[in-house]
Design a protein around this ligand. Structure first.
Ligand SMILES: NC(=O)c1ccc[n+]([C@@H]2O[C@H](COP(=O)([O-])OP(=O)(O)OC[C@H]3O[C@@H](n4cnc5c(N)ncnc54)[C@H](O)[C@@H]3O)[C@@H](O)[C@H]2O)c1
Length: 281
């Protein structure tokens, strides 16, 4: 059944893909984004099929106005990108925590029953089990390390959303993506950075470009293209044969793949009464 949604961070990598999918499925969609990392260009093909509000999720009144009239809020706005966790941890926390508070307040003010929140695998930090399921404890290993600003903001967001969900929402879903990749993701994400590093190593090397048979490429390609988990050691490449594929080929092949991971960890209904933490789809 068609619904009306607000997507925060909706011009970002994941948000734009979600907005497009929701619009194509016949839903009404409003997006709020400050376009600090997002861009309306990503949604240019949708023209006027969705409503765009330029705004900062730290502005409580602006968020509440954007929420008014929708049935569901998907909260994706965040300062993403590992380099920013180190260079501006205060902003990461400001956007993460105030954004979550404002979204919850706005939903309560306007009686929105459904809230979907993007957390992150960063909430686990170094998990004691891989693959990591939702029962693995979340952690902030060192408050002095700015690296954990992002994970901490996600941890706080989860705890807030799930606990306000007990009484103030019909349904709260938190999902913890690991590394999502896909078209138009830009370069400020770990997988493109990984691939660019290999490209740079290749260019800096006085040897010829590396073959796709090279273990580093095979490892990255199998992890990225086929989705196989694993550890890949990247080293200066060397020549294997004359029939080489360039890093650009690998990059463009990779960028044509997309995989969106969403795993609701909590679905709760007021009528159901009991928490269903750990529910999976
Ligand atoms: N991409 C991944 O692999 C991944 C992994 C784990 C978690 N996540 C989470 O998923 C969500 C979407 O990630 P993404 O990859 O699309 O990132 P992204 O950076 O492309 O999108 C985030 C969006 O939030 C917007 N934004 C940032 N600060 C804002 C503010 N103060 N007010 C309004 N908008 C603001 C940005 O402009 C951007 O469009 C984020 O919450 C992120 O933490 C993503």
């Amino acid at each position: 059944m068609a619904k009306s949604y607000l997507v925060t961070g909706g011009t970002g990598f994941v948000g734009s893909a979600l907005t497009r999918a929701l619009v194509k499925a016949g839903n009404r969609v409003r997006v709020i984004d400050d376009n600090s990392r997002g861009s309306l260009r990503r949604l240019a093909d949708l023209e006027k099929d969705f409503e765009f509000v330029e705004g900062d999720v730290r502005d409580g009144e602006g968020v509440a106005r954007a929420i008014r009239g929708v049935e569901s809020v998907v909260h994706l706005a965040a300062v993403n990108g590992t380099e920013f966790f180190y260079s501006k941890p205060d902003v990461v926390l400001d956007v993460g925590v105030k954004g979550m508070v404002n979204v919850i307040d706005g939903c309560i003010r306007h009686g929105v029953g459904e809230l979907i929140v993007a957390s992150s695998a960063e909430a686990y930090q170094t998990p004691n089990r891989v693959p990591t399921d939702e029962t693995v404890p979340l952690s902030v290993p060192d408050p002095l390390n700015p690296r954990y600003s992002y994970g901490a903001s996600k941890l706080v967001s989860e705890v807030m959303a799930l606990n306000f969900g007990r009484t103030r929402f019909d349904r709260v879903i938190v999902f913890r993506p690991h590394n999502i990749y896909g078209p138009d993701m830009g370069s400020e994400h770990v997988i493109p950075q990984f691939i660019q590093r290999i490209k740079r190593l290749t260019e800096e090397s006085d040897a010829n470009p590396v073959s796709l048979q090279d273990p580093a490429y095979v490892g990255v390609a199998s992890m990225v293209v086929q989705g196989r988990p694993g550890f890949v050691r990247v080293r200066t490449p060397y020549v294997r044969d004359q029939d080489v594929r360039t890093p650009g080929t690998l990059l463009s092949r990779t960028m044509t793949c997309s995989a969106y991971s969403s795993r609701p960890i909590s679905q709760r209904s007021r009528s159901a009464g009991a928490s269903q933490l750990g529910t999976r789809t």
